[in-house]
Design a protein around this ligand. Sequence first.
Ligand code: HEM
Length: 323
Amino acid sequence: MSLLPPILFVLIVEMAAACHLHPGFYSQTCPKAEAIVRNVMKKAMIREPRSVASVMRFQFHDCFVNGCDASLLLDDTPSMIGEKLALSNINSLRSFEVVDEVKEALEKACPGVVSCADIIIMAARDAVALTGGPDWVVRLGRKDSLTASQEESNNIMPSPRANASSLIDLFSKYNLSVKDLVALSGSHSIGEARCFSIMFRLYNQSGSGKPDPAIEPGFRAKLDKLCPRGGDENVTGDLDATSRLFDNQYFKDLVAGRGFLNSDETLFTFPQTREYVKLFSNDENEFFKAFVEGMLKMGELQSGRPGEIRTNCRKVNGQAVDV
Ligand code: HEM
């Protein structure tokens, strides 16, 4: 939640150009791969509708930290503190078991072929398509990392308190434009967030001892009830008014002062991002188009470091089980 070392950004942006991802990467080696992923995601959604949103979030938290390499999925070991317990992830990222289930099905069909990093990319796309959003062709062929870094995740991932100008800066370091930032934030069209992420906003915005004035009063009363001072901060609320549907309601909510997170509402408060919020709130097709572009760009981020195809997404190959 502080600044990312500039060297890391240079690395990510430079290496992005060197990657060899392409559509249909598994068409010879595992022709059913994409159908298998979608099928498991469909079942997960029926079992627990929120789970597909939780899995979709993995793409952001994986790709921003050393590229899309499934580093996020590695469990801690005695010699490596991974990313699962990083500030933005602890008690927050969830539904790792859905990825395990996808991986198991893929290992059965074609052992050792499909990377966990590609699973995240396919599953994120499927989450959007299954909840009523756009569907698109993904480029595949990523490798899984041999390590993970809690520290780098802590340094990079933005806080829910972030304002639009810090988000613009962060995204620009990944070659993601202001339009990409606003469109990708539209991922909050599905899913939920904890009271923990908005307590400051409700009761002490910027140390003022007062709520964020950008919150529409009726909505604030609702949030105050959901998240009372001293209450259970693990209680969750919907990120928009239609949290199981991928649509442009999120942007309509922002225009109405009904954004859940500070990092959401700030996109309407700030002049540089406001026009895109307005555009997407009025034109769902424009949102869908920009969202797909943003997801494809984010999916290209690569570290260029050596990798492998893990057989278990939680562990590097050759690592003893239960260490
Ligand atoms: C722009 C900067 C962003 C910030 C500051 C941010 C922050 C957050 C926070 C604080 C939560 C709730 C965590 C909790 O309370 O436990 C959340 C949830 C979520 N985020 Fe973001 N996010 C951002 C961008 C993105 C992007 C780019 C994506 C995906 C493309 C994404 C996908 C999601 C999803 C789907 C959820 C709901 C997950 C669930 O229901 O389990 N977010 N985000």
